[in-house]
Design a protein around this ligand. Structure first.
Ligand SMILES: [Zn+2]
Length: 124
């Protein structure tokens, strides 16, 4: 399976990809640790997520992989095809934060250390 750097370099070359997800530059996008979907950097490193599922024959090449935080990976693992892409383009920090809070007993205080640890400010 492709390594994180190869995955980032592939998607950095796709016209408009990182700009549409709110990254300011290719250099910012190429930084290790950011989630392609929500743009955040969590304490846990992002995971390689298949766009077309591995169990259905999806490859481990960079064009079939995104780097997602564990929250986004969990939320998207049942999605494929257009449903995945619709989710991906709509996903932002706020929806990821709400998902994380819901996973932790609706405790929004759980989000504070994550926000402090992030190098990107949430869009709120
Ligand atoms: Zn994420």
């Amino acid at each position: 399976m492709a390594k994180e750097q190869a995955i980032r370099e592939y998607w950095a070359k796709v016209p408009g990809f990182y700009e549409r997800k709110g990254f300011d530059s290719a250099d910012e996008f190429l930084e290790h640790g950011t989630c392609f979907a929500c743009g955040f950097i969590y304490r846990d490193p992002p995971q390689r997520a298949h766009i077309y599922p591995h169990v259905k024959g999806g490859s481990g090449d960079p064009d079939n992989l995104h780097m997602l935080c564990y929250v986004c990976h969990k939320d998207s693992e049942h999605l494929e095809g257009d449903a995945y892409w619709d989710w991906f383009w709509e996903r932002d920090f706020l929806s990821a934060a709400l998902s994380l809070a819901c996973r932790n007993g609706n405790n929004f205080g759980y989000l504070l250390p994550l926000a402090a640890a992030s190098r990107r400010r949430p869009p709120i």
